[in-house]
Design a binder for this molecule. Structure first.
Ligand SMILES: [Fe+2]
Length: 313
């Protein structure tokens, strides 16, 4: 196995947290049933510093109107627990929901961060949506761009960012204490894994990213970005462990080979419809959650490129 210094650092962090339970983060999940997304607030009980991960801006595609119900639930939780937001984290530029990061940042503060390869995503989608030169493709819409292995803190909690591409080129997982927020890589064991067919996605890369995460200690807690229930399970769930995934994940449990995974993932992805909100999500999220610049009448428009994205087989 090749040397992976950053994963070793992450492993040491989980072990250290295990010996020192005061370093375990306090975690609240907020499920948005309209997009099957889980947003999280993670905080340090000692200092009350908090991070918000993968927030949701409500969006009604028929009317083109946004709403703040989901984000306000997070604000309510932060306020009633007297938390101080220091980070607003995105695991990636989501294609199925709009981010509420700018709204939350305005109300609560905190630094907005995403993976450094967002610039590649901005390049691809900037072209697809023919965004003008006013759309900067350098990640400057974010306050911080994380690289693989970069460490940071939430109060006294230790955290490390891991680059886990495949679903998109820029996906990051954030390991905070003993809890990994894995974005769209792996889902619950009975559901499997994220799709890898968006522009810039790669099933082979996704396999490597997931297997990398699964080399963390078995007790590592995993918090997922989505859940869609699963055959035989009628309740939403978004927390599992590395051990559970290694033993039971229907797509990538121990023993499944890279080629088997890639064949399964590619075949399955060909049958999946695009997410309802892919067009508005991508245009807004590539801008760090900001709507496109208003036109001269003061109105912001979402574009739909015709025949730019394939239909499911
Ligand atoms: Fe996603």
């Amino acid at each position: 196995m090749s040397i992976d210094v950053n994963l070793d650092k992450a492993t040491a962090q989980v072990r250290e947290t295990g010996q020192n339970p005061a370093q375990r983060p306090t975690i609240a999940g907020f499920f948005d049933e309209a997009t099957f997304t889980v947003s999280y607030v993670v905080h340090d009980a000692e200092t009350s510093e908090a991070a918000i991960i993968d927030s949701v801006l409500d969006y009604d595609p028929a009317s083109g109107s946004t709403g703040f119900g989901s984000a306000d639930r997070i604000i309510e939780y932060i306020t009633s627990n007297n938390l101080k937001v220091t980070w607003i984290l995105e695991t990636h530029a989501h294609a199925d929901h709009l981010s509420a990061a700018p709204y939350l940042q305005e109300k609560l503060g905190g630094k907005l961060a995403i993976g450094a390869d967002i610039v590649r995503v901005q390049e691809v989608f900037g072209k697809m949506f023919n965004a003008g030169t006013d759309f900067e493709r350098d990640g400057s819409q974010f306050d911080h761009l994380f690289t693989d292995g970069e460490t940071f803190r939430i109060g006294k909690l230790e955290a490390i960012a891991l680059h886990v591409p495949g679903h998109t080129p820029a996906d990051m997982a954030y390991l905070i204490g003993d809890a990994a927020f894995v974005g769209d890589t792996i889902f619950m064991p009975d559901y499997g894994t994220a799709r890898a067919d968006f522009p810039g996605g790669d099933a082979r890369q996704l396999f490597h990213s997931i297997r990398r995460l699964l080399r963390l200690p078995r007790e590592t807690r995993l918090f997922l970005c989505h859940d869609y229930k699963a055959p035989g399970r009628d309740e939403y769930a978004w927390e599992t462990t590395v051990g559970q995934e290694r033993d039971h994940n229907v797509h990538v449990r121990d023993g499944v080979t890279e080629d088997e995974f890639v064949a399964m993932r590619t075949t399955r992805d060909r049958t999946l419809a695009m997410p309802n909100l892919i067009m508005p999500s991508v245009q807004v999220n590539m801008r760090g959650g900001h709507l496109p610049e208003p036109e001269d009448n003061g109105v912001s428009y979402i574009k739909i490129p015709v025949n730019a994205v394939r239909r499911p087989a």
